[in-house]
Write a protein that binds this ligand. Structure first.
Ligand code: ZN
Length: 310
């Protein structure tokens, strides 16, 4: 009942707006270290809800519709950032079940076995039988999951805006200090990326090393933007037309110079992480998105509709 009211409001009042949703991982099971990541069970009802109450379209269809002012009622795109293996193993079967198209943006530097720096930091805190860790020279009690999450967050904040090389050295130092081996790969390799692209998921680029583009020189930015495109085109044997800026806050993580380089590289669309919906006339290289974090179907639906009233 509530869903049909929300659906009606959405159809009548939000016009030809497009919502682009951001996901990262879809976990097979709940992870106490990542309580805000969506699980397979939650993702299943979310995609069912989109299929029943929205019009899920691919990003290529969205691009065409935005250009020609023909965005369908209640249009929505589903996107994933970074290129996690569980996008293939957990999310794709659910997307297929409800016939929801999606785009996965891959940072290609992590496709050869090494995880992203933030996942390597999180992994340090993931074994509940490990009770202490050496952190920046101090033996630290890890405690329960809430304390572990806090400690992991502190490390992430400390490392986040360091230059790439310095950050990687600092992450490796944490592993060396604790004599820990590298975690199992959690990102897709080139073969798995190709497999996903053959299952009707669009593959977009998300740079090579996932840097904050704004802090790089124009040459470095261009390399990150162009190289990831050509690698993914070689791996999937398909053109790569869509791009997602790492971190993605316009002004903070990317500038107009970045947008121009993305245009020059030949991308048709690019997405930021600034909150909002898209409409005809918007810059296709700065498409806004929305993270659906609600954990009950009614709140999820209501917030999605509400986000379309801006
Ligand atoms: Zn990312």
């Amino acid at each position: 009942m509530l869903h049909s009211i929300l659906g009606g409001l959405n159809r009548l009042l939000t016009g030809n707006k497009l919502s682009i949703l951001i996901y990262h991982q879809v976990l097979a099971e709940f992870d106490p270290l990542r309580p805000y990541e969506v699980t397979a069970e939650q993702f299943d009802w979310q995609m069912k809800l989109l299929a029943e109450h929205f019009t899920p379209i691919s990003l290529s269809e969205a691009k065409q519709a935005l250009e020609t002012n023909s965005v369908p009622e209640r249009a929505v795109c589903v996107t994933f950032d970074d290129g996690y293996l569980n996008n293939l193993t957990v999310a794709q079967p659910i997307l297929a079940k409800y016939k929801v198209p999606a785009t996965v943006y891959v940072a290609t530097g992590f496709s050869q076995g090494q995880s992203m720096w933030n996942d390597r930091v999180m992994h340090l805190f993931s074994d509940i039988t490990t009770q202490t860790l050496m952190l920046e020279g101090t033996r630290t009690e890890l405690g329960d999951w809430a304390q572990r999450r806090d400690l992991a967050q502190k490390q992430l904040m400390r490392l986040k805006y360091l230059p790439i090389e310095e950050r990687l050295v600092a992450v490796q130092a944490l592993y060396d200090e604790n004599e820990l081996a590298a975690p199992e790969p959690v990102m897709m390799n080139p073969e798995q990326i190709k497999q996903l692209s053959q299952l009707n998921i669009e593959i977009g680029a998300h740079t090579v090393n996932h840097p904050i583009l704004k802090v790089l020189s124009a040459e470095q930015q261009q390399h990150e933007i162009n190289e990831s495109k050509s690698q993914l085109e070689a791996w999937t044997d398909k053109p790569v037309k869509h791009f997602a800026y790492p971190n993605g806050a316009y002004g903070k993580d990317l500038t107009d110079e970045t947008v121009n380089l993305v245009k020059k590289a030949g991308y048709e669309t690019a997405v930021v992480t600034d909150w909002g919906t898209c409409a005809h006339g918007d810059d296709l290289l700065k498409l806004k998105r929305f993270t659906p974090w609600d954990r009950t179907p009614t709140k999820f639906h209501a917030r999605l509709v509400k986000s379309r009233f801006s």
